[in-house]
Design a binder for this molecule. Structure first.
Ligand code: GDP
Ligand code: GDP
Length: 454
């Protein structure tokens, strides 16, 4: 039984540490190049090292664990969202809207040296519509002389701007103090011990049955209570019971209401999907088992895999699958899903409720893989035997050697191979495949990168 927000407040008052409960989400938004990523790096203290040379994996993870004055929160870098949009202003506005929908506090970053632009003003309009607290930041204030520039940002009508230099750290402490104060729920303290509900994103193209599945799961849904105002707020996420455990389904408001004026556009839908995926730990990707796997399905699948989240593929509408369709579906799966042979599969029917109880065990398995850690000793014993049995092919009379490996991180598992020189992509894939064969990681992507000795 998980505590409600009100229970947290009581524990707080009793002086105990609150190690669980919802972790507030802080979204950093703004137009490109204002310094959002730099600010996010500043906030997380660059603890999450970015692994650069991972083939096929996007550079930034977007959602990071952060801490200030012992309070834990999640910070979301929205930096990767805009470049392919034709209409920049609209794209930024959409981004701001999603941030407002999914975050507890928004940090709106403006380039103080450039001053407020039309695009900034478009974003402000959207930010205002949401009921979330917005902190206005004037970035690139690298010295006192530049501080006067920040006054121009008052014109945006978001109150007092915070002058900072994300690059040098100026003013970032004051900003983080303000972020903590602005949080509608107190950020949990202490180590991430017993945690709150696991975050699940329910994604898939239109009409695969997302809302139907949500409705089936949400019978046990509880209202999310705003502890400050004591009122029920419009819940963006839903807490649902699946398999006797509470799960947090992220951004279900989008599934229910099909919100937003631009909600019809595929661009907007994909932004919203990627925001939900980034906010989640594990993704349930719905496919319509009664129809061929489409290009749109493939696009969503690639996005989920690249985001590095644990994944369960749910073939919905199984009630419509007969022996004939089954035959073709098996062939399609073989052909279309071969890039992600590690994904867990369940065959469900949101309509009849068939096998919906298989979801919880699948989610647990995928998450366990996602957080799995292989001890260095075990890893290297295995690796030594592998590279002895199958060394790197000789190229021009030389063959680089794989010296050892370490697991650099989890969520998903990340491995670094230390080598005497650059290795073939094919050999790197071979090692990744063998890693899986040995250690499993069912339901989770893994990342394998190489550090070559110079
Ligand atoms: P994003 O596109 O908003 O994520 O922006 P980035 O974080 O990638 O930063 C864009 C550019 O602005 C980079 O060249 C940064 O080094 C630079 N930048 C970011 N913050 C500051 C700052 O506080 N001062 C100065 N002078 N440059 C900054
Ligand atoms: P969404 O757009 O992904 O949210 O999909 P909906 O939940 O709105 O479902 C689209 C249509 O598929 C509706 O007519 C549903 O009744 C139908 N549907 C959803 N799940 C199932 C299922 O398991 N079996 C069958 N036969 N129809 C389903």
């Amino acid at each position: 039984e998980l505590p409600t927000v009100d229970d947290d407040a009581e524990i707080d008052a009793a002086g105990d540490e609150v190690d669980f409960g919802p972790v507030p989400v802080v979204a950093v938004v703004g137009r490109p190049n204002v310094g959002k990523s730099t600010l996010v790096n500043r906030i997380i203290g660059r603890r999450q090292a970015v692994v650069e040379d991972v083939a096929g994996v996007t550079r930034d993870r977007v959602a990071y664990d952060a801490e200030w004055l012992g309070r834990r929160f999640t910070v979301v870098d929205t930096g990767g969202w805009e470049p392919d949009a034709r209409d920049r202003a609209a794209a930024i506005a959409a981004q701001a809207e999603i941030a407002v929908a999914t975050a507890d506090v928004v940090i709106f970053v403006v380039d103080a040296v450039v001053g407020p632009t039309d695009v900034d003003e478009a974003a402000v309009k959207m930010l205002r519509r949401g009921a979330k607290p917005v902190l206005l930041v004037g970035n690139k204030v690298d010295n006192t002389a530049l501080e006067s520039e920040v006054a121009a940002l008052w014109s945006l009508g978001l109150g007092e701007p915070y002058p900072i230099s994300a690059l040098h750290g100026r003013g970032s402490g004051d900003l983080l103090d303000a972020v903590l104060k602005a949080m509608p729920i107190p950020a949990p303290t202490g180590p991430a011990g017993p945690r709150g509900p696991r975050r699940v994103a329910l994604v898939g193209r239109p009409n695969v049955g997302k809302s139907s599945l949500l409705n089936r799961l949400a019978r046990e849904e509880r209202a999310v209570v705003d502890s400050v105002a004591g009122t029920t707020v419009d819940p963006v996420d839903s807490l649902v019971e699946i398999g006797g455990e509470t799960w947090q389904l992220v951004d279900t408001a989008g599934l229910r209401k099909r919100v937003g004026r631009a909600s019809g556009t595929e661009y907007y839908a994909s932004l919203r999907t990627s925001a939900a995926v980034e906010a989640a730990e594990v993704v349930v990707m719905l496919l319509d088992a009664s129809e061929p796997i489409s290009e749109q399905d493939q696009r969503i699948l690639s996005m989920v895999a690249e985001a590095g989240r644990a994944l369960v593929i749910a073939f919905n509408k199984w009630d419509l699958v007969d022996a004939d369709r089954r035959y073709y579906l098996d062939k399609e799966i073989e052909r279309e899903l071969k890039r992600i042979p590690w994904a867990l599969r369940v065959n469900i029917s949101a309509l009849t409720g068939r096998a919906v109880d298989k979801l919880a065990p699948a989610l647990r398995t995928a998450l366990a893989s996602w957080e799995q850690r292989i001890p260095t000793g075990v890893l290297n014993q295995w690796l030594t035997a592998l590279v002895q049995a199958t060394p790197h092919p000789v190229r021009g009379g030389r063959a680089p050697r794989v010296l050892f490996s370490t697991q650099a991180g989890t969520k998903p598992p990340k491995f670094v191979l230390f080598t005497t020189g650059p290795i073939d992509a094919g050999y790197q894939r071979f090692i990744a495949r063998k890693l899986r064969e040995e250690f499993g990681f069912v339901g989770s992507p893994i990342e394998v990168s190489v550090r070559a000795k110079k």
